[in-house]
Ligand binder design. Structure first.
Ligand code: GDP
Ligand code: IMO
Ligand code: MG
Length: 445
């Protein structure tokens, strides 16, 4: 069977932790979109792993696949694999030959465009991770991208680069008025990326992704799809243009790996929810805690306690109360069959716990998100207050099970589950694998 893990909010919901928890029952863990903009954390017995491209199943020695929907920077992949090897893991990662490659000029253009936007109008800035994600997906849609399979054939690689690179040079020099550098040196790129192709071939790292997964499934294996980013930064269903350039929502699992939507749909689709909101990068956030000193203090407290600093960029994350219209939207878009609610421990011991239950917009109450970002930005949250829960020994709560979760926290969880109309499969009460209260294992549903 398959289990798909999807971020319900703005990324960093703790997807890595759940992929690791349930990945124990998977044979293959496949990423279906995004690239090294992701930063997924797994903590096993106090040992912390930050994974960017290597699927989070690696900590449990599972086969990892980077599906055709991913954009791959082979240099970051290799260095991540090397680092994990130094720490005693032996990641087995396969790359879809249909996946697109992030080239040095994509990274350059990502930063050049963000700077151009800042110069033109600060409001245009997305706050990307600078990893070249957007420009690589642009080239994919523009039919001028470089795919993993192209790296295996130096002639094809050269042909593609000879077409694409002069365009990038012209863009950097003629449109942005900057100087192109090594990232636009065709000969150097051919040489470097042919060598990368050789390493991929030598280590037998490339696959025909859909076919590979079909065979594994035919052999009775379990496949987990590991979403990166989150619903609100999905290019179709998120807060455009403050989004990433792929589909983190569940539909992406099918198009991004080459299995049918019915396969994904017959399996479980689990939404990962953080008990509050964090956002790294620009864009609206109606429940953001920033309106006065008191709110800012609370945001600082949650940020410090929850370690809310970007895994990839180290940027402090913006903090807000849970946004229920956002979660209703996420549950609908991906058709969640279950949810995991993380970071319950971070909210413990506060004087007040609130959620945005609905929005007020133009005198009307909205239960879900408006489709335009401009209207979303105008939404005022109708806040609901919950009785706070105390700080407790969360490790023993995790051992004792759901009934040991403080009653007020259970009320909060029941409310969230009820509003999303989806059962809770797990509750995160700390970063470690052992600090999770498991109510159901999606592989056993
Ligand atoms: P991802 O991108 O969705 O995988 O999430 P990140 O790894 O970027 O961010 C989640 C952070 O919260 C990591 O530092 C995790 O170790 C940590 N974390 C995950 N679940 C919990 C939880 O239930 N409680 C606490 N306190 N931290 C958690
Ligand atoms: P994980 O998988 C949180 C955000 C960036 C920026 C926007 C576009 O760890 O949850 P991009 O570089 O993708 O073009 O940036 O998306 N972003 C993330 N925010 N978690 C992530 O990944 C993110 N990946 C991208 O901050 O606002
Ligand atoms: Mg992250």
């Amino acid at each position: 069977m398959t289990v798909t893990i999807v971020g319900s909010q703005l990324g960093d919901e703790g997807k890595g932790a759940l992929v690791d928890l349930w990945g124990g029952d998977a044979d293959v863990v496949a990423r279906y979109q995004g690239g090294d903009n992701a930063g997924h954390t797994v903590v096993e017995d106090g040992e912390e792993y930050k994974l960017s491209l290597v699927p989070s199943g690696a900590v449990r020695d599972k086969v990892g696949v980077l599906g055709n929907g991913c954009v791959i920077n082979p240099n970051t992949l290799f260095s991540e694999i090397d680092t994990l090897r130094e720490r005693g893991l032996d990641p087995d990662v396969r790359l879809a030959r249909r996946a697109h490659v992030i080239m040095p000029y994509h990274r350059r253009l990502d930063n050049v465009e963000e700077e151009a936007k800042a110069d033109s109008d600060e409001e245009l800035v997305v706050g990307t991770t600078g990893r070249g994600i957007g420009p690589t997906y642009e080239d994919k849609a523009g039919r001028r991208g470089i795919r993993v399979g192209d790296l295996l054939d130096p002639e094809v690689l050269r042909q593609r680069l000879e077409y694409a690179v002069p365009q990038k040079r012209a863009l950097i020099e003629d449109v942005y008025g900057l100087e192109a550098g090594e990232e636009c040196d065709v000969e150097k790129l051919v040489e470097e990326y042919t060598e990368i192709g050789r390493r991929l071939a030598e280590d037998d790292m490339t696959v025909n992704c859909g076919d590979f997964l079909a065979r594994r499934r035919e052999a009775g294996e379990n496949v987990m799809f590991e979403g990166a980013q989150g619903t609100l930064i999905d290019i179709d269903h998120g807060s455009y243009p403050y989004v990433t350039s792929s589909n983190p929502t569940a539909g992406g699992a099918a198009t991004g790996t080459g299995v049918g939507p019915s396969v994904v749909g017959r399996g479980e689709v689990v939404g990962i929810v953080k008990s509050y909101l964090s956002r790294v990068g620009e864009g609206p956030m109606p429940t953001e805690l920033k309106d006065d000193d008191r709110e800012e203090e609370l945001a600082d407290f949650i940020r410090e306690k929850g370690g809310e600093f970007g895994t990839v960029t180290g940027r402090p994350r913006r903090i807000g109360w849970l946004d229920i219209p956002m979660l209703r939207h996420a549950a609908r878009v991906s058709g969640f069959t279950g949810i995991a609610v993380n970071h319950l421990d971070v909210l413990a011991g506060l004087d007040e716990v609130k959620v945005g239950h609905s929005y007020e917009l133009d005198g009307e109450e909205l239960l879900t998100m408006p489709a335009t970002t401009e209207r979303w930005a105008k939404c005022e949250p109708n806040l609901r207050e919950f009785d706070p829960w105390p700080e407790v020994d969360w490790s023993s709560v995790a051992e004792d099970g759901y009934d040991a979760v403080p009653e007020n926290a259970r009320e909060y969880l029941d409310y969230v589950s009820g509003e999303m109309d989806v059962p809770i499969y797990a509750v995160g009460v700390g970063p470690d694998r052992a600090e999770t209260v498991e109510l159901a294992n999606p592989f056993e549903q």
